[in-house]
Write a protein that binds this ligand. Structure first.
Ligand SMILES: [Zn+2]
Length: 143
């Protein structure tokens, strides 16, 4: 993946995120008839829901109500983080913009943002395991 040096600035070309009030979320839910527009399945009581920008802010979407929808949280995560999702498309768009402007690019650098946290070391046995030789089995001879 090609990353442009200027991508480290988080606010490049994006509209600031504007959260919805609980009342606005309810209005969206009712306007949609309780159907998630990403999977076309009903949003049932107890489902985790997210207010989502249908066109991502990083791809030129706005905070206007017609660009917002209540969706299942797993659907929102797949839309944002999935393969070919919003984040991948935003990174590609920014890299293309940098390239078209002739900005220097860096190849092979890890993605900026939130990397996976380093795992804690695994628990170990209280003392190192050793191979022990079992005592020889008694041999019984019939008389
Ligand atoms: Zn859904």
């Amino acid at each position: 993946m090609i990353r442009c040096e200027t991508v480290i600035f988080e606010d490049v070309g994006t509209t600031p995120r504007k959260p919805l009030s609980e009342r606005q979320k309810l209005a969206l839910h009712e306007k949609q008839g309780g159907i998630c527009p990403l999977c076309n399945q009903p949003m049932l009581p107890g489902d985790k829901l997210t207010d989502e920008h249908l066109r991502a802010l990083g791809l030129g979407g706005s905070n206007a109500p017609d660009n917002r929808a209540m969706v299942h949280t797993p659907c929102a995560l797949a839309k944002t983080n999935g393969p070919g999702g919003d984040l991948a498309r935003i990174a590609k768009a920014k890299a293309q913009k940098c390239a078209s402007l002739g900005f220097k690019t860096q190849k092979g650098r890890p993605l900026q943002g939130a990397p996976f946290p380093k795992a804690e070391p695994q628990c170990r046995a209280s003392k190192p395991l050793t191979k022990t030789r079992l005592p020889p089995r008694p041999i019984y001879v019939e008389r």
